[in-house]
Design a protein around this ligand. Structure first.
Ligand SMILES: C[C@H](O)CC(=O)SCCNC(=O)CCNC(=O)[C@H](O)C(C)(C)COP(=O)(O)OP(=O)(O)OC[C@H]1O[C@@H](n2cnc3c(N)ncnc32)[C@H](O)[C@@H]1OP(=O)(O)O
Length: 752
């Protein structure tokens, strides 16, 4: 096999029973074609190898590709029976190899699945050999339906979700389930039994008993297409997958192959596939922080955590922690607040029980990990404290002084602040090296992102420790520098600002939301403000006008509406009207507020904006976001552009199939984005003005995501405005209430 990042190999060992044991060894996940063993069958084809095909650097078919197919083909067509012994993972190409065997034995914990759709491709691919002759027949899209039936196969492929050993057995995907100790011996015996005709010799490709009648099959395909269309209207590869499976059922597996081959080759070069593969590696890359995670530090064990504040955020954080078996002390200022906080954690967990995702027994065990406290007595053996009280600097300063007194010296002191300078919070302590930001997104037990905010003084060990806790509570941690809004809230601040600007200049808010949703966001900017609530938005947004006055668009639209008791979804009236079931309906009255706001701003209607093409709407909303993301990157707040891609996906719901904000921007080109922003800034002002970083990259024709050469890291900016002592200029004070942002955002899961 050919190597890429590391060298992989296979071993073959013939035992006294005459059975040959082939072992794939290619850590960490035994990916195929390149370089694993140790409890993992195979995590599938080496995803990093797709880049070669996409970039045209590799002639097709790559030998690695062929190896999968040849292996598959050779194995199934061989005169000797083969049995797959599956422990750990059998995913993608890994399961395809297993399905080509004449029997499959697995352990109960083994995971079997075809997750290729999460990468924008379909399972399996046929191969044309050097002479242009089709040598390989059928793979994943063809065998799985023949083993488990069409409906289940489609479900497994379309959701990319693996099944465990027992379920795989019940489905007919594996022949028996045994303990890891018996796995190899059972598989050996099974091979001998097949050879000596004590067990059937089955080629999965030719199995038909699990296939539905043609009429029934067509109904299944029709339903699956409708579901796929509804779930991800911008994606074509799920539909292609259904087409390929159908083709194999209707026209026979061999014809299915031709279609599969053709489709795979097209899909692997698609923007969707490139974006999703980028996301796959970017997500795994967030825990690799140059200068921190490469120091050889081992995360210390966090055995007990304290959470200060049992409000929405604090209770969500406590829920996330107990769910991952961390004993938690929840501290509040009085018994009433404490009981309310504990009640919220309970409700979060009960909702899982109601949905069948947690047993009553597990619920009780999880709840028993939570203890309430009204003082710091029980803090003497905590390893991590996460403060999640209201955004009040002096309160937080007092808390951190107390924590320094009551917690052990090794304890990590984290704050969930979304706006306040961490240095300021720790100003009255001597513990700056163990102070860190742990910025969760609401609801904290659901949202996948955790911004880990470091200051110049935060010690690498503390960062490594929090990264580890983040991973253990199943978050994707992104390490960022200390600045207003950190990465997510800061780069998405212009999202709604741009929308307000467009509306005041004549664009239709409902049209904007429609276009932005069609682009792939879970909701448009106006629907989002309604969800966030005008009060929170206005209060927190003030930080942006204080810190970035030159590039905030000052609209009075939201404050005007709030004055009329329209404060968003909670008041059933905001940009939309809401019924009992939270269904949003446009409100003709909105026009009145827009006109008022327009009069205050003194802007004139631009007739072009009323008829803005969809592409322009998308660009006018997102290019300012790209512009701010460039500043965040240039300032060293984010160390990798890919971290901003992940932050945009998980913090804001940017569509993964577009690869994240910076990846998407690069697909359009820095020159183009810069020229568009320049053009708009001439007409609509500073808000659109491209930053120096963007202008520079555009001048060089360079991608926005390539590393910043001499990044002037602003992990802790001494010149940064002190949000407490700095006075807001008078003029701005007038507008502060008109500026808002998007803290405490709730987004639906931004999956595919
Ligand atoms: C021929 C076929 O039709 C085509 C294919 O087979 S396409 C591939 C199909 N397989 C997949 O999609 C599986 C992708 N992998 C995963 O879902 C998960 O990595 C996993 C469930 C296998 C393991 O998860 P987990 O234990 O949490 O480890 P995770 O951190 O994700 O991965 C460990 C390392 O293996 C790498 N890796 C995982 N799967 C890989 C793959 N298929 N190819 C290359 N590298 C892979 C990861 O990038 C990571 O590398 P890093 O340590 O340098 O960051």
């Amino acid at each position: 096999m050919e190597g890429s990042r590391t060298k992989g190999r296979t071993t073959i060992e013939v035992g006294a029973d005459g059975v040959a044991l082939i072992t794939i060894i290619n850590p960490p996940v035994n990916s195929l074609s390149f370089d694993g063993a140790k409890g993992k069958f195979s995590g599938g084809f080496d995803i990093s190898s797709f880049g070669g095909v996409q970039g045209g650097k590799v002639n097709e078919p790559r030998p690695g590709f062929i190896s999968v197919e040849i292996l598959s083909d050779t194995v199934e067509a061989a005169k000797k029976p083969s049995v797959a012994a599956i422990d750990g993972l059998a995913l993608g190409g890994g399961l395809e190899v297993a399905m080509a065997c004449h029997a499959r034995i697995s352990t109960p914990t083994a995971q079997l699945g075809l997750p290729e759709l999460q990468l924008g491709i379909i399972p399996g691919f046929g191969v044309v050999c050097n002479f242009g002759i089709l040598i390989k027949m059928v793979t994943g899209t063809q065998r799985l339906p023949r083993l488990v039936g069409i409906s289940k196969a489609l479900e497994m492929m379309l959701t990319s979700k693996p099944v465990k050993g027992e379920e795989a057995h019940a489905l007919g995907l594996v022949d028996t389930v045994v303990s890891p100790n018996e796995l190899v011996s059972t598989a050996r015996q099974w091979a001998l039994d097949i050879l000596e005709c004590r067990r059937p010799w089955i080629a999965s490709l030719y199995k038909t008993e699990k296939l539905d009648s043609l009429g029934e099959a067509r109904e299944i395909f029709k339903f699956a297409r409708a579901q796929a269309q509804k779930r991800a209207p911008n994606l074509t590869h799920p539909i292609v997958c259904i087409d390929v499976v159908e083709h194999g059922i209707v026209s026979g597996p061999r014809n299915g192959l031709y279609k599969e081959l053709e489709s795979f080759q097209e899909l692997v070069r698609s923007d969707t596939c490139k974006s999703l593969i980028h996301i796959f590696f970017a997500q795994r890359g967030t825990t690799k922080v140059p200068g921190i995670t490469d120091l050889g530090l081992v995360p210390r064990r966090v055995k007990k955590v304290a959470v200060l504040g049992g409000g929405l955020m604090g209770s969500g954080i406590a829920t996330a922690l107990v769910l991952s078996n961390y004993p938690v002390i929840l501290k509040e200022v009085n018994n009433q607040f404490l009981q309310a906080g504990i009640g919220r954690v309970k409700a979060n967990l009960q909702s899982r029980v109601k949905k069948g995702r947690m047993t009553q027994e597990k619920f009780e065990k999880t709840m028993s990990l939570l203890k309430g406290a009204l003082d710091y007595e029980s803090f003497k053996d905590v390893d991590l404290v996460i403060e999640a009280v209201i955004e009040n600097v002096s309160l937080k300063q007092q808390i951190f002084s107390d924590l320094e007194k009551y917690c052990p010296p090794h304890c990590i002191l984290a704050s969930n602040t979304s706006t306040i300078d961490l240095n300021l919070i720790g100003k009255q302590t001597k513990s700056q090296d163990r102070i860190i930001g742990a910025h969760f997104f609401s609801p904290a037990h659901v949202m996948p992102l955790l911004e880990i905010v470091r200051t110049k003084q935060t010690s690498p060990q503390v960062i490594v420790d929090l990264l580890d806790v983040g991973k253990k509570i199943r978050k994707t941690p992104v390490v960022v520098g200390n600045c207003t809004g950190f990465a997510v809230n800061r780069m998405f601040f212009p999202y709604t600002q741009a929308a307000l600007l467009l509306v005041e200049h004549g664009a239709d808010p409902y049209q904007i939301d429609k276009v932005i949703t069609k682009f792939g966001m879970p909701m448009g900017p106006f629907r989002l403000v309604d969800l966030v609530g005008f009060g929170v938005a206005i209060a927190t947004g003030t930080q942006f006008v204080v810190n970035f006055p030159e590039r905030t668009y000052k609209s009075m639209l939201i404050p005007l509406m709030q004055e009329d008791k329209r404060a968003g979804e909670t008041t059933r009236k905001g940009f939309y009207l809401y019924d009992d079931r939270r269904k949003a309906k446009p409100d003709p009255e909105l026009r009145k507020y827009i006109e008022k706001a327009r009069n205050i701003s003194g802007v004139a209607i631009d007739p072009r904006l009323a008829k803005l093409p969809e592409k322009d709407i998308v660009e006018m909303i997102f290019f300012p976001v790209v512009n701010e993301a460039c500043r965040v990157f240039a300032e060293g707040i984010a160390v990798k552009a890919a971290d901003l891609d992940i932050s945009s996906l998980m913090g804001m719901g940017f569509p993964p199939y577009r690869g994240g904000i910076m990846f998407w921007a690069d697909s359009l080109g820095s020159k183009y984005i810069n020229s568009r922003l320049e053009e708009w800034s001439k007409t609509y002002g500073e808000f659109f003005k491209p930053c120096a970083f963007l202008a520079e990259r555009a001048a060089k024709g360079a991608p926005l995501s390539s590393p910043v050469d001499q990044a002037k890291s602003r992990l802790d900016d001494a010149n940064r405005l002190d949000p407490v002592n700095r006075t807001c200029p008078k003029l701005w004070k007038i507008y502060c209430v008109g500026i808002w942002s998007m803290f405490f955002i709730w987004w639906p899961n931004p999956g595919l």
